[in-house]
Design a protein around this ligand. Structure first.
Ligand code: ZN
Length: 91
């Protein structure tokens, strides 16, 4: 069991501007986050809350960025667990 140590909003989200050569290689549950590789660096994106564009966090080497990604995934799933009755919606 991995403990969730940080709330997603506690990460240092910064405005993200595309340089045109990044590739989204993975999208999280609900499309909440996007995993982007960019010239040997990795970065996690999310839509700017209540606004336009994207924010980034966790930029760096694969292992470091991946750790942030996993924590965000866990926090996101935990959010599902507490919504409504906790049941899964059939789609
Ligand atoms: Zn989800």
């Amino acid at each position: 069991m991995v403990e969730i140590t940080r709330h997603p909003d506690d990460y240092p989200w910064e405005p993200y501007f595309s340089h045109g050569h990044e590739r989204v290689t993975e999208t999280s549950c609900c499309g909440a986050y996007e995993w982007v590789s960019s010239g040997g660096e990795y970065v996690i994106l999310r839509r700017t809350p209540g606004g336009r564009g994207y924010q980034e966090t966790g930029r760096g080497r694969y292992v470091d960025a991946r750790l942030v990604w996993h924590e965000l995934m866990l926090a996101h799933r935990a959010k599902h667990g507490t919504s409504r009755t906790g049941g899964r919606r059939q789609e």
